[in-house]
Design a protein around this ligand. Sequence first.
Ligand SMILES: [Zn+2]
Length: 104
Amino acid sequence: MGEQPELYEYEPEPKNRGYELLRKDVIRCANCKKPLVDVIKVKEDINLIKETKANCPYCGDESFVYRTTGEVFMQASDGVSIVNPKVEFVNNIIKQYMEMMKNE
Ligand SMILES: [Zn+2]
């Protein structure tokens, strides 16, 4: 007689947590327009406000402040990495500054 198959924990699909793909966007450099950070919004929550800014490793400039509400996933766009995200909480707004680096 075999053993019971082991039950295992797994990361539920995003939709199981009430997540769905609501919006995909890209934070770009304000100057040279290169893509810096991919933004995927999965859940609306107007009380959860994030303002994100990234520096541009291509030209040394920065993105504009990118404001989101709700739950968002952020990852480096192709060709760059996020090396040093700084986060502060100011007046109920999450302010993040992404220090970016070009991939070699
Ligand atoms: Zn740039």
